[in-house]
Design a protein around this ligand. Sequence first.
Ligand code: SF4
Length: 332
Amino acid sequence: MFKPKAIYYEKEILEYPLGKQLIKQYENVEKIEIDNHNNIEEMRKKQNSEFADMKRNLIIGIRKTHKFVENHKTSDFLVPYTSSGCTASCMYCYLVCNYNKCAYLRLFVNREQMLEKIIKTANKSEKELTFEIGSNSDLILENTITGNLPWTIENFKNVEKGYLTFPTKFDMVDDILQLDHNGKVVIRMSVNPETIINKVEFGTSRLKGRIEAINKLKEAGYKIGILIAPVIMVENWKELYLELIQRLNQELSEKVKKDVFFEIIFMTYSFVHIKINEEAFPNAINLYNKEIMAGRGKGKYMYKIELRKDGEIFFREQMKKYFPTNKIEYIV
Ligand code: SF4
């Protein structure tokens, strides 16, 4: 269980049941009142080297913007939901592009308002919509603090139309295994080779736990996807990812293998990551390699196109061999 060093909170959270619950839950933790979770001066002034320490705090506020962003991958909309940021520190975390060093975990207590908007949009639509509720954080991790997932699933299960989906890198799924979800929730586990998890994905669950969690979730009736993401082209990457695919083939249950779908995403890196990582994790491996990466605007880098093409051929060949009947939604 995450024990915050301090809690920074907007006083309006006390008008919400979840806000009251969280303040009580952490009654022995130091509390600092703030005006706005988006602008904590004390945090803004900290050095990049304090990045990991900043993530030991918990920020609690009210989500004010509720704009849905259209998406055309595994969902129809990316939806701002009950948290943003994370207590873990994956060196490539996409949230660092949005929040810079302030990518710490923020919880939003106005969950009724957020879920109501999803339900209204789902019911109004002519077609069945899928809402991605975990694009800003990791909801399995968040759930260990808030209990928001059972609450969300219980309140969504009888909605006439629509599905919820979220990705995760965590294995603490026991809380949601007994729930009646009515087939309306799609959980996508993100995996990487064990050595990459150990060297790059600090503070997340290990590969073994993630595979076990997939099997348990499937047994509990959830629809399951697997993200092989982000693919990181370290020197022996083909060997590592082949081992990963073989391990998935061996350790996933037959039930999972029957209809699990895959998403494969090559890493995007950025100037902000380079700056933060070299100061916050000086002994970690360097993920930036100018020989194999090219700029793609706004300080971001991707692997060069010819490498990504080669990577796509590699993954399609290996997946055909080990998961011949499973759908690859996309490789990007
Ligand atoms: S688990 Fe996800 S949200 Fe958390 S640091 Fe890693 S990539 Fe970012």
